[in-house]
Design a protein around this ligand. Structure first.
Ligand code: SAM
Length: 261
């Protein structure tokens, strides 16, 4: 199921994402994402994001964690990205998500990989983790769904030890997209007041063309997607068009690296 449009004032995003993760990952979506990203598609990780293989390597490098250390992936979804980083760095992963269905899939993936990761229900604004216990925090394409970005950044700083790194991808917006939680024009001003020092804020190469191609590909597959979800094709097409329309409000997709001071 896709993240469609809804009234942002009343949307229960937990409910939306429980439905998204209720079934197996969509084969049709995977086909479209693979066609868009080519060799950069992170095979076998079941992402529900625009993460690429190059980006995953950058996460593993920038987080600066290793064996004996712990990092947190907030908005971890089915866990593929965080588990890839855990397997690459040897660090212990704690995955946090609002959707229990995502956590169930992530736990299955971790045990299939023989990794002792933990997956817990929590939110950006309230992770439920103790102060200063994380050596690093990552997040892939999830911060946009939390309504209060400033509070979320303060919470991520609270769980990090001094010197620990935050590495995340999300989007800046120059207008408020219909059906999405409140967005901000630039995340950099949120960093220093929360106790972070900015290290990098890099616009993703080619992000707009990739997203447009992805949306066009999904629209072309509306019938197959509707059949997978068992919903009328008109509903699927409407959700896809509404998702596509959010791109017009985006200024950039970025990868942020910051250090807790
Ligand atoms: C676009 S998906 C990305 C999932 C995953 N990072 C990936 O790369 O596949 C966004 C994720 O954020 C989670 N999410 C939404 N709102 C959240 C919140 N307030 N706190 C924590 N996670 C949230 C959703 O359940 C979903 O798994």
């Amino acid at each position: 199921m896709l993240v469609g449009m809804a009234d942002p004032a009343t949307t229960d995003w937990r409910h939306v994402f429980e439905a998204t993760y209720a079934g197996s990952p969509s084969k049709v979506q995977e086909r479209v994402w693979r066609a868009t990203l080519g060799d950069e598609y992170p095979d076998g990780l079941d992402p529900y994001s625009y993460v690429t293989r190059s980006e995953l390597r950058r996460f593993a490098l920038e987080l600066r964690v290793g064996p004996g250390q712990t990092f947190v992936d907030v908005g971890c979804g089915r866990g593929g990205a965080g588990l890839w980083v855990a397997a690459t760095t040897g660090a212990h992963l704690v995955g946090i998500d609002i959707a229990e269905a995502a956590l169930v899939a992530a736990r299955d993936r971790a045990s299939a990989m023989g990794l002792g990761a933990e997956f817990r229900r929590g939110e950006f604004e309230a992770t439920g983790l103790p102060d200063a216990t994380a050596d690093a925090v990552m997040s892939v394409d999830a911060l946009l769904f939390t309504p209060d970005k400033a509070r979320a950044v303060i919470e991520l700083r609270r769980i990090l030890r001094p010197g620990g790194r935050l590495v995340l991808t999300s989007w800046d917006y120059h207008g408020q997209p219909v059906g999405r939680p409140p967005q901000v024009p630039d995340h950099r001003p949120l960093l220093a007041p929360a106790g972070f020092r900015e290290i990098a804020y890099d616009e993703t190469d080619d992000w707009r063309r990739r997203q447009e191609q992805m949306h066009a590909g999904l629209l072309a597959e509306a019938e197959a997607l509707a059949a997978e979800d068992g919903v009328p094709v008109e509903d699927m097409r409407r959700d896809l068009e509404e998702m596509q329309a959010t791109v017009a409000f985006m200024t950039r997709r970025f990868l942020l690296v910051a250090e807790a001071v």
